[in-house]
Design a protein. Sequence first.
Length: 257
Amino acid sequence: MPKKMKILVTGSSGLIGGIVIRALGEKYDFYGLDRVRLKGGPDIPTSIADIYQYDQIKSAFSGMDAVLHLAADASQVASWESVSHNNLVPTYNVFEASREAGVRRVIFASSNHAVGMLELEGAARQIRAGKYETLDHRRIPQIDDMVRIRPDGFYGISKAFGEAMGSYYADNFGLQVACLRIGTVTKENDPTTNIRMRATWMSHRDMAHMIDRCLAVGSLHFEIFYGVSGNKWRFWDTSHAMRFLGYSPRDNAEDHY
């Protein structure tokens, strides 16, 4: 039997960590790195440490094949002080600890908010407001992985920073880096609670599937992929993820309306 990959998940007790670990736990050996262990989190070996403190976390990376970096202040309206402490320095620590430990691949949970200003324009603006009357869903201009960084807040800036950090570590140290501009993942897994999710929803099983493909793909250097389900009104381009990763979303927000 092939040896399972060992995957370290920062923020493993959070929503996406739990989704991924429970869905893929039979395929990979997961290990957690959390500041605190949250009630109801996945039952995996977990290091409890402050990810802001490099010396506290570096030992957790030893022997890992890949790292899934999820830990962050995930609020779109997070303050500069919060993202500085919870997002910027920890992201550097994760990449540096991965390099030092010889980790082969890092999957960085970026966000659509790294380019969030783009959805305030054109067809995307209409869609997020639920105004579909003049639009053809087959001809929606798509926001792809080549657009200019246009964050819509300090949270988005912190995710753009993480992408830049990943690019640097890929080019200079050979780390394989996948950055996922994740859409809207909710505990309820229900896209009908917010009209914007008709376009931006990422279902639990599509989320787990994308992570699986990022871990399983043979080789990569530095890539950016949009993490969103196959929604009818989607305005993010998933074609790169489909071609490169073999990502094949199974869910569509429209099926819930």
